[in-house]
Design a binder for this molecule. Structure first.
Ligand code: M6R
Length: 586
């Protein structure tokens, strides 16, 4: 779950790679580094810390080169130290590599290489890559040695390598994303498109097993043979992947939600109806996803039940192996994922395909692995989501699932107009007025230890998502429950002053208010979120009734609350500790 990028061409590669890393930092930010070829020598600069800290510590003023690679790390093997930061080099410092993924057989390979005299400097699995190439280059050229290395490693990888000759840059991928960017002056190989969007929108999405060699031209090999891959053009522009007037991506992305819903509605009806037909035809539907995407799946199951009178099974993608034996060629698996690169989700759909089941995906990132491996895809068109927290991708997934449910019920137009009606309101919900109002609550809650959140029916998944938002960005312990579960144990946690957020709706008002009263009777401080104020609330956030779209509107004030809690606690909301945007390792 790291970010990697390399550039080769006629421009100075160093600022391009550093700028690229800045755009990739959401993938990992515990250390960073760069390797460039200067006067036939490989120079490596790396250290621990976020990108700006690293490049204020290391001196890159004299680094000018036409080829460079860079890395921003999210540690898997080996602690966060300078030695473990990438790029890694061979014994002589003539080959440099950056890697995202996990080399499962690195211990055996390391032992073997050490017995041949190789000296390792880091605790990482990645370093074996550089030494394997070095070993191969005793008898072969750089490209052949790279290919031989690929045959020896087992696991998941996106790799970019250069050597001191600086003549070519080589990349390879397996189960980790890697794309090639084609600009007028050179080529990029990177984990993700936003890293080079400032320079080009022309990309090639590499396939698993591809090896790409770039010098003055690009050659892609698969199973040792040259292959042709399509050149795609990206619909996002560089501005969309930048913060603009916002201080943080999180706030920018929260504020984009009205437009995101608008874009979800502009989906091609034909695709929605086609997918709805697949759902109708199938015998047994599973929704799978992780984290926020799982919450969207769970919410989707309520929407399908309510709107289309249809039952779907929902499971975390990583728990899906427990259900795979139920699949037949008539089953349908619907995977939901912002990135389309989540390893657990990919593994779930591969298991489904192995059973002959159909796979449909709801994905934001076009060209992602999930898009390529699915039978049918519904793109979210939410635009790039850079903040580690999913905000706009969640509401966009809910909008798409709502449209599918309405299409299943034969009322797609009605579903569209229901969502359309919310757009102006969402502008208001994300406006400065709402933010100022919620700030008062954030100031009150900023030092609390725990926050509990309840919701019933469709708002139970909303409670889970609200808790995830608060805890991942503010590090305040937050837990979501179904309102009905309180008395089955959870109410024991309530003490004098414990903040509890209560999501309400017209439909379940009586029951959820009675749950709120039970909490209040134990001393809880009650924050109501819903269409109508009530005397039980100590603080009230009015959100208008939107029936099965309640979650889309009700989550927004809590996303804002989570953001403000992080700011008031002096935290960086875009880069929460220990997290990375896409979890491409298992
Ligand atoms: O890219 P995906 O939607 O597949 O990612 C799934 C989760 O890793 C993701 O939603 C994660 O839980 C977010 N950090 C939540 O804000």
């Amino acid at each position: 779950m790291c970010g990697i990028i390399g550039y080769i061409g006629s421009k100075n590669a160093v600022p391009l790679v550093i700028n690229g890393l800045r755009n990739l930092e959401y993938r990992g930010y515990d250390s960073a580094g760069i390797a460039a070829v200067v006067d036939g020598k490989l120079i490596v600069k790396k250290d621990v810390g976020k990108l700006d800290e690293v490049f204020s510590k290391v001196d890159i003023s004299n680094l000018k080169s036409n080829v460079a690679i860079g890395h921003t790390r999210w540690a898997t093997h080996g602690k966060v130290t300078k030695e473990n930061a990438h790029p890694h080099t061979d014994c002589k410092g003539e080959i440099a590599i950056v890697h995202n993924g996990i080399i499962e057989n690195y211990q055996e390979l390391k032992k073997e290489l050490e017995s041949k005299g190789h000296i390792f400097r880091s605790e990482t699995d990645s370093e074996v890559i550089a030494h394997l190439i070095e070993e191969g280059m005793k008898t072969k050229n750089f490209v052949d040695a790279f290919n031989e290395m690929i045959k020896k490693i087992v696991g998941s990888y996106a790799i970019v390598a250069i050597n001191k000759d600086g003549k070519e840059m080589i990349g390879a991928r397996k189960d980790s994303p890697l794309v090639v960017g084609i600009s007028e002056d050179g080529y990029f190989i990177a984990s993700d498109v936003p890293s080079f969007l400032d320079e080009t929108k022309k990309v090639i999405y590499l396939y698993d097993g591809d090896v790409v060699v770039v010098n003055k031209k690009i050659v892609i090999y698969h199973d040792g043979k040259p292959v042709e891959r399509d050149i795609d053009s990206i619909e996002w522009d560089a501005e969309q992947a930048k913060k603009g007037v916002f201080k943080h991506f999180m706030l920018k992305e929260i504020s984009e939600q009205a437009d995101v819903i608008k874009r979800a509605i502009m989906q091609d009806d034909k695709i929605i109806n086609e997918i709805a037909n697949e759902i109708k035809k199938s015998k047994g539907v599973f929704f799978v996803g992780c984290g926020t995407a799982y919450h969207a799946c769970l919410e989707g199951s309520y929407i399908f039940s309510k709107v289309a009178n249809m039952h779907v099974n929902v499971t975390y993608a990583h728990e899906f192996p427990n259900y795979v034996h139920f699949l037949t060629p008539e089953s349908l698996v619907i995977a939901v994922s912002q990135s389309g690169e989540t390893a657990d989700t990919l593994e779930a759909i591969r298991a489904a395909k192995a059973k002959g089941a159909k796979v449909i995906s709801i994905v934001n990132v076009a060209g992602s692995t999930l898009v390529r491996e699915s039978d049918k895809v519904l793109l979210q068109h939410a635009g790039p989501e850079i903040c580690v927290l999913s905000t706009k991708s969640y509401t966009s997934q809910l909008a798409v699932l709502t449209l599918l449910a309405y299409s299943l019920a034969g009322r797609l137009e009605e579903g569209k107009s229901k969502l359309k009606e919310l757009i102006r309101y969402i502008y208001y919900l994300t406006s400065r007025n709402t933010r100022d109002y919620i700030r008062k609550l954030a100031e009150k809650l900023k030092d609390v230890k725990d926050i509990y959140i309840i919701g019933r029916d469709l708002q139970y998944p909303t409670a889970l998502e609200a808790a995830l938002k608060i805890k991942e960005v503010s590090y305040i312990h937050a837990e979501g429950f179904a309102g009905g579960e309180l008395k089955h144990g959870n109410i024991a946690l309530i003490e004098e002053g414990t903040p509890c957020i209560v999501f309400t709706s017209k439909e379940n008002e009586k029951e959820i208010i009675s749950n709120a009263a039970e909490l209040k009777a134990r001393g809880a401080y009650i924050i109501g979120v819903g269409p109508r104020n009530n005397e039980v609330f100590d603080f009230f956030i009015k959100v208008r009734e939107a029936e099965e779209a309640n979650s889309i509107v009700q989550i927004i004030p809590i996303q804002i609350l989570a953001y403000q809690l992080a700011i008031l606690r002096g935290l960086d909301p875009d880069k929460p500790r220990n997290l990375a945007k896409s979890v491409t390792v298992k």
